[in-house]
Design a protein around this ligand. Structure first.
Ligand code: NDP
Ligand code: PYC
Length: 338
């Protein structure tokens, strides 16, 4: 078998829709999930592109998700938007909440979207970049499952807890980063396991607390945060901001809720939006110029900005009209269809 297959965006979307329909997701959820996975795969995000269809399938098999849940948005006259995902996948709730978040950020200068009671499997950058496209700076955070040991600890208390940020730029792609606060995302460890490759040092410890490079031992033991105590503190902040602050579960509680059934974690998500016009006192031009000076200084040293690789992949894949997908992954996904 050739190592990769070429899939057009439409073929990626159709594959997603087929698998999701087969698993039992309703049309609206399937469309929102397929859009997310197509967007990620076209940017060559391997750990949270098509590969995440397995997690979607496992989530349905675990029996706790409602594949037809209708999210409910609670209206407010303040800067907070709350959407209850009603036990469905997060993406439909995000679709409902993001336009209201944009309006509120434009009205109040700062606004927050709290999504509650959702299953969550996806990358965060598409959501923050959709806000940057509206001229807003944005941050997003979610907990996950308690797979990650705090700095100095020996067992999982924290989630892989991604943090995403996007800054709008008048010309060109936004400044965006989006990464797990664990040294590796869980999805990345799973990809190493599929490829039969050892992990780098410093990613995980085994059940006995010893450093390990074996992906299975890492998943049975505990993952480590990036940057020692600094990543650990950021990860705890994400637990608090996307958990207790919005009256939702921590990664520990999400893990208990799942009771080893597998699939996507169940918790909340917080997305924050900042309007540079309002925060800059009516004009964002001077702020933009300062930001651009900073980016230029970074690039002038030969360093790269986060997401530059991804934007280059996007441009290349759009121009040639397809993404390269692992042939094994493609075959395994088709096998899900029986
Ligand atoms: P990575 O470590 O792959 O990359 C994270 C970010 O760092 C990207 O913006 C990347 O840009 C940037 N980057 C990488 N190398 C450099 C470099 N040399 N210089 C500057 N920037 C760099 O991310 P993770 O594996 O930690 O996370 C992958 C995805 O998994 C994220 O989208 C995240 O949201 C998702 N995730 C979701 C979870 C959930 O619960 N829903 C949990 C954990 C992760 P570039 O893309 O251009 O390389
Ligand atoms: O890769 O850590 C991860 C992850 C958890 C939930 C979705 N992705």
């Amino acid at each position: 078998m050739s190592e990769t297959v070429r899939l057009t965006p439409d073929e990626i979307r159709q594959l997603c829709l087929q698998v999701l329909d087969h698993c039992g997701y309703g049309q609206d959820h399937a469309a929102a999930i397929a859009q997310m996975l197509t967007t990620c795969q076209m940017d060559d995000c391997q750990s949270h592109g098509l590969f995440r269809l397995f997690m979607c399938a496992q989530t349905m098999q675990a029996g706790q998700i409602d594949g037809h849940a209708r999210p409910v948005l609670t209206a407010s006259d303040n800067a907070v938007v709350r959407v209850d995902a009603q036990g469905g996948m997060s993406l439909l709730a995000a679709r409902m909440g993001l336009p209201v978040l944009i309006e509120k950020a434009q009205t109040h200068g700062i606004a927050a979207l709290a999504i509650n009671r959702c299953f969550h499997f996806s990358a965060l950058w598409p959501e923050v970049e959709s806000l940057a496209a509206e001229g807003l700076a944005a941050m997003a955070m979610v907990p996950s499952h308690a797979w990650v040991a705090p700095a100095g600890g020996t067992r999982g208390s924290l989630g892989t807890n991604p943090l995403a940020f996007s800054w709008p730029r008048k010309s060109g792609d936004p400044f965006t980063f989006d990464f797990a606060t664990s040294a590796f995302a869980r999805g990345e460890i799973e990809l190493y396991q599929r490829a039969g490759k050892p992990l780098p040092e410093g990613v995980a410890i085994d059940r006995d607390g010893n450093p390990t490079t074996d992906p299975q031992a890492a998943m049975d033991g505990a993952m480590l945060t990036f940057g020692g105590y600094k990543g650990s503190a950021l990860s705890i902040m994400i637990e608090l901001m996307a958990g207790p602050l919005i009256d939702d579960l921590t990664s520990l509680e999400s893990m208990e809720f799942a009771s080893a059934a597998g699939g996507a974690p169940y918790h909340g998500q917080i997305i924050l939006a900042f309007d540079p016009q309002a925060l800059g006192g009516g004009s964002s031009d001077a702020g933009d110029a300062r930001a651009e000076r900073l980016f230029s200084d970074i690039l002038a040293q030969g360093a790269r900005l986060p997401s530059q690789r991804r934007f280059a992949a996007r441009a290349r894949n759009i121009e040639r009209g397809y993404a390269e997908v692992s042939a094994q992954l493609h075959a395994d996904l088709l096998a899900l269809l029986g």
